[in-house]
Design a protein around this ligand. Structure first.
Ligand code: ATP
Ligand code: ZN
Length: 304
């Protein structure tokens, strides 16, 4: 009998990403920024990695946790909501966890929230006793209710959850919310957050013991580098020694200042990597505190 795919030795990494939808473009952009490039197959479901032995599988986001669990893919870019739901479902079926979150990716942010008809006066979870909740996340909702000792019905719907109360198939809903506009359009209001979600890099519970280990480490390091630099800028300026303490107080989101080589006893040439937004307003404030010749530079890549 051939060994199960999950334990088969492989020397290429395979990453599942959403084929189309909210996470598709940001996932590709992140992987491209990590230096990966691909040759696309004719069916556009499999992309063969060219710059590194890292291939892509383009699938529905719902399939990603299962593909990792079955060892068909090593990693996946998927919403925490989807990962946690399928993990909760596995556990309530008595199965062990088959994947875990390796790295939060900072895009696809949303919340899994309970939303009730606008006319309801929300008084807390106890109010849900005996009610029916429509959701695409039955395992998460069931776990949340169980933790609070509430007996409520969970109506599983795969889409258009927000119209369930109007149709009379449920009293309230639990769904993903980003702006809240869909809820408002359906006369619903959000009342409780069950999960703060974003896209994550999901991977096996344990690491790899073949050539994929090195590739996984390389990919992770590059991803961390890209994510760290996303909102980072290099800030260069000159300042007299007695203003440095105040300037670093104004830059709590920056690394310790580095003094560049310079001559004479004029202002010191300094630089720092700043991880927050450097608005005009902040620059003007720094200038008032003594920074001269302020310059903000974009950083392409860094292994720092
Ligand atoms: P697929 O065809 O791949 O199954 P889908 O319709 O399930 O697509 P999308 O609507 O593209 O998926 O959402 C993918 C993920 O984007 C969600 O699982 C969630 O993590 C994230 N997301 C961010 N904001 C929202 C939002 N407002 N509504 C739904 N999902 C959101
Ligand atoms: Zn989906």
């Amino acid at each position: 009998m051939s060994p199960p795919v999950a334990t088969a030795t492989r020397d290429r990494l395979r990453i599942a990403i959403q084929k189309s939808g909210r996470l598709a473009e940001p996932a590709r952009a992140l992987l491209a920024a990590c230096g990966l490039s691909w040759r696309e197959s004719r069916d556009k479901l499999f992309c063969y990695g060219e710059s590194l032995p890292v291939d892509l599988l383009l699938v529905r986001d719902d399939d990603i946790p299962g593909l990792i669990a079955d060892g068909v893919c090593d990693f996946g870019v998927v919403g925490r909501n989807e990962l946690d739901e399928q993990d909760a479902a596995r556990r309530s079926a008595g199965l062990p966890s088959a994947y875990r979150e390796w790295l939060p990716l900072g895009f696809g942010r949303c919340r899994l929230m309970l939303a009730v008809p606008e006319a309801w006066q929300w008084e807390g979870a106890a109010q849900l006793q005996g009610r029916r909740i429509a959701t695409s996340y039955p395992a998460i909702v069931a776990g949340w209710l169980r933790d609070r000792g509430i007996d409520a019905g969970v109506v599983e719907l795969s889409g258009s959850v927000e119209i369930a109360p109007r149709l009379g198939t449920a009293d309230l809903i639990c769904d993903l919310v980003s702006s809240g506009a869909t809820l408002a359009a359906n006369q619903l209001k959000p009342v409780e957050t069950l999960l703060e979600s974003e896209a994550v890099l999901a991977g096996p519970v344990r690491g790899f013991d073949d050539a994929r280990a090195g590739l996984a480490a390389l990919l992770l390091r590059r991803m961390q580098g890209v994510l760290k630099l996303k909102d980072s800028k290099l800030l260069m300026f000159r300042a007299h020694r007695d203003t440095v303490a105040e300037l670093s107080r104004l830059l709590p989101d920056a690394e310790p200042f580095v003094q560049l080589p310079g001559e004479g006893d004029g202002p010191l040439p300094l630089q720092t990597m700043c991880h927050g937004a450097l608005t005009w307003q902040r620059l003007e404030e720094l200038e008032r505190a003594g920074a001269q010749g302020l310059m903000v530079l974009s950083v392409e890549r860094s292994l720092a």
